[in-house]
Structures are given as structure tokens and as C-alpha cells.
Ligand binder design. Structure first.
Ligand code: DLL
Length: 433
């Protein structure tokens, strides 16, 4: 039996959804115009005033927002409520330049948690369930979002956060966790560890998993489902728009319903910015129509995706997005952490290395690995292993503080990294996703 957290919204008629979007967009544009000088200027540059936006049909007239805007406006330039009314920030990984800091009022948190509650109930969750949240807690949105959703559903919530896999397994077994929330790669790792411990799927009380924050394939879904003996559901979101729960999978497991009463989705051509017809593959753009503190209009996610309004067997009427099929920028997601190659380059250059390096990403035993190979300058070059180890460790520490991630660093001899005649190939991503 399909379960809904807010059936009257999740299964509303298309006309009703459009009416909500029309009304909320008009109100949101006015709110942003009145309270965010940064966006007002962008609208003025296009010759727009709030009167030009009369319904969601006018959305295409509005300017886009990008990560570069978030950077320019960092930290408060896009905040639309007095800080006194904001109660929380969440943030992506990375240092100031690339860091996204999103602000929330209590109302924003409430709606975000509703979205996560919808995802948990779509995965079959009820107040009888024990939900273990093994996404990271803290600045990352995964832990806090699913934690809030789990409370709203009334599940007994186990906030383990990520890491300490044996303890995760102990709690799953001792407290009979029925729902697991974490990244798909961590779910696979937990599954693998259970297998090594000699546990079979029928000895594991879990029945469902809600996995997202990174790309994962259908093959990986099958693998996790078989090892843990569960149904594995996808969940999507980004910090800029609140976090997990922008969209989520239902029992059909054929794409994620976007919470259209809170977000309007568009697909655009990433090169021209032109809005593409339904069913086309392009860059996903979102407008948040209910957020108070950090309302983003036409935010370019850089995720490449497709939308479909085909009728879904679950009864929900909200548009579905497919699994993101890649990105239109160079961002890598490694163990759930967003990494830009330029951040790695900054660390290398700050330590006196040349820009001759290669970043090799792989997935070994379901865990992502990051290997950075860097050329030494002729002056640095030495066969003293102690000195090389010291230098490597210095870079590992530098990368850890920049990215919040453990990387392996290998120093190589001058001129040993192949030079390219065109664009340098800086990143080799060997993961098969
Ligand atoms: O990853 C929020 C989240 C937490 C989603 C927990 C789901 C579960 P960010 O760290 O800001 O937020 O990263 C956002 O991650 O633009 C996508 O490229 C990628 N992403 C998120 N969910 C999925 C998914 C969180 N289900 C960026 N499949 C997004 C593929 C995903 N990629």
C-alpha cells in the first residue's frame, strides 16, 4: 500500500499544482525584489519589475542565478530575511571561495523536513519504523534533513551520522532499524561489511533505504538491495535549495518526484540558457517558491537531467526527474563531498608545486578514492624518501583542510606527467556509475 505524508498535496491535480506555483512565484518575486538588492539589480538589468511576473508562465523572463552569484554575494548578499529571523545555516564542503552557505528561518526548516518526511513515507516509513540516519550531521544537509523528516513521520530516529561502520551495524541489529538513510556508497560499504561478518539479508532487520547525495547506477541499486535485503530509494537535493528532499523516489522506483509545491523545475540548454521542452535532456534549474530566508530564483544546478509528467503508478502527480546523468561543470562528488579540481590546484600551487598534476578518482570496494599525482619542480627533486614522505604528508594535510577529505598524494619526477596538446586532462574518473 502506497503511503503519503501529505496526500492532498502529493496527489493534487495538475491544475491545483499550477495554481500554487502561480500564486507563490508572484509572491516570491516580490519578496526577493523587496529584500535582496543583489537580485533586484539583476532584474533591473533585464528591465524587469515584479509586475512583469504574473504567473509561472513568466518564469522564463527572470535572470538565472549561478554558483558564481552565490560566491559574489557570500555570505549575506542573497539572504532575504533579517538575520534575527534566521535560525540555522547549512553549508557545502569547500573553502570560502566555493562554499555555499544557505540560511533558514524556522518556517524554512519546517517545510524542508516535510519534504524529507514525504520521502520517508514514500519508502514505506511509518511511526512504527526505526530510522537510522547515517548521513553526516553538521554543516552537511544530509543528516539534519533526514533526521527532521524522520521525526515528522514519528519514526524512532537513530542519529548515528556517518562512520564507525561496526557500530552502525550493531545499532541496526540491536535496535532493529528498518530504514537506513545514507549515501549509496556508504550503504554498499555497510552491506559489504555485514557480508564479511557472515550476516545474510534475512538476519538484517532493514526493509528500506533512502540513498542520495551522489550519483549511483541501477546496478548499484540491485547490488545494495540484494546484500541488505531491502528496497533502495533514491533522494535528490542540494544545499542551495534546502538539502535532501527536493525530489524523492516512490514505490515505482523510476525517477524522483519533485516537490512542485515548493520548487519549480525547468530544463535548459546549458550553453544557450534556452528553456527546453519536456522530455529533453539538459541542465536542471530550480526556483524555490516557498523559502523565506534564502529564496533562489532560477538557480542553475549544473546537473544534467530529464523531466517527465507521465502518470505514475504511485498516485503522486508531481513531475518526475530521472537520476542526474552528469554535470555541466567540473564538480566531482567524492564520498559525498563536492570537490572542484581548482581547489586541489590551489593547494598545490600554494605549496610551491607547478600546475602539472593529475587527479585520479576511482571506486574500490564501493568506496571512492582520490589520488593526486603531482610533479616536483627540478629544485625539489630528490631521492631522499624521508623528504618525499614529509612533502607528501604536507600536501595530504593541506588537501584535507581545503576539502575535508582524505586524499592520497604521490609526488612524481619533473616532466613525468604527460603534457597535452589541447586541454590538459586533469581528472581521470575511473568510477563506473
Ligand atoms: O548532497 C543534499 C543531499 C543530502 C541529497 C542527502 C540527498 C541526500 P550538496 O552537498 O549541496 O547537497 O550536493 C548537491 O549533489 O547538485 C547533485 O550533483 C548531487 N546529488 C544530490 N543528490 C543526488 C542523487 C546534497 N540522488 C549535489 N543522485 C547535486 C545524483 C545527486 N546526484
Amino acid at each position: 500500500m502506497e503511503r503519503y505524508y501529505q496526500p492532498e498535496i502529493e496527489c493534487a491535480s495538475r491544475e491545483q499544482i499550477k495554481a500554487w506555483q502561480d500564486e507563490r512565484l508572484v509572491k516570491q518575486v516580490r519578496h526577493v525584489w523587496d529584500n535582496v538588492p543583489y537580485y533586484r539589480k539583476k532584474m533591473e538589468e533585464k528591465g524587469l519589475t515584479p509586475d512583469d511576473i504574473r504567473s509561472s508562465d513568466d518564469l522564463h523572463k527572470l535572470p538565472f542565478l549561478t554558483k558564481a552569484d552565490l560566491r559574489d554575494a557570500y555570505p549575506y548578499g542573497l539572504v532575504a530575511k533579517p538575520l534575527k529571523e534566521c535560525v540555522r545555516i547549512q553549508s557545502t564542503s569547500g573553502t570560502t571561495g566555493k562554499r555555499v552557505v544557505a540560511f533558514y528561518t524556522q518556517h524554512d526548516i519546517d517545510l524542508w523536513e516535510d519534504c524529507c518526511a514525504r520521502a520517508i513515507m514514500a519508502a514505506g516509513g511509518t511511526d512504527e519504523d526505526v530510522c537510522q540516519v547515517s548521513y553526516g550531521y553538521g554543516l552537511f544537509t544530509g543528516g539534519p534533513g533526514l533526521n527532521g523528516g524522520s521525526h515528522k513521520v514519528g519514526c524512532l530516529t537513530i542519529p548515528t551520522s556517518s562512520g564507525n561502520t561496526e557500530r552502525q551495524i550493531m545499532f541496526i541489529r540491536d535496535l532493529s532499524a528498518t530504514i537506513l538513510c545514507c549515501t549509496p556508497s556508504y550503504a554498499a560499504y555497510i552491506g559489504e561489511t555485514m557480508k564479511e561478518m557472515g550476516l545474510t539479508p534475512d538476519q538484517i532487520p532493514l526493509k528500506a533505504g533512502i540513498f542520495g547525495a551522489e550519483a549511483w547506477s541501477e546496478e548499484m541499486r540491485q547490488d545494495i538491495q540484494n546484500t541488505l535485503g531491502i528496497k533502495a530509494y533514491d533522494i535528490y537535493g542540494l544545499t542551495e535549495l534546502s538539502g535532501p528532499g527536493v525530489s524523492f523516489e516512490c514505490s515505482a522506483q523510476t525517477g524522483m518526484h519533485i516537490n512542485e509545491d515548493h520548487f519549480i523545475a525547468e530544463i535548459i540548454d546549458p550553453d544557450t540558457g534556452e528553456v527546453l521542452p519536456e522530455g529533453s535532456k539538459g541542465e536542471l534549474v530550480f526556483t524555490s517558491i516557498t523559502k523565506e530566508a534564502f529564496p533562489l530564483l532560477r538557480y542553475r544546478t549544473r546537473d544534467i537531467c530529464m523531466l517527465t509528467r507521465e502518470k505514475c503508478s504511485c498516485g503522486r502527480t508531481h513531475v518526475k526527474m530521472c537520476k542526474p546523468m552528469g554535470r555541466s561543470d567540473d564538480m566531482l562528488i567524492i564520498r559525498g563531498v563536492n570537490v572542484f579540481p581548482s581547489q586541489i590546484e590551489t593547494v598545490l600551487l600554494n605549496h610551491g608545486y607547478p600546475a602539472n598534476y593529475q587527479i585520479i578518482v576511482d571506486r574500490v570496494k564501493n568506496t571512492d578514492s582520490l589520488d593526486v599525482q603531482v610533479e616536483m619542480t627540478p629544485e625539489m627533486f630528490t631521492d631522499n624518501m624521508g623528504e618525499i614522505n614529509r612533502r607528501q604528508k604536507e600536501l595530504v594535510d593541506g588537501l584535507r583542510s581545503m576539502l575535508g577529505l582524505a586524499a592520497k598524494v604521490t609526488l612524481v619526477a619533473p616532466k613525468s606527467i604527460v603534457r597535452s596538446e589541447g586541454k590538459a586532462v586533469r581528472v581521470i574518473d575511473k568510477r563506473k556509475i
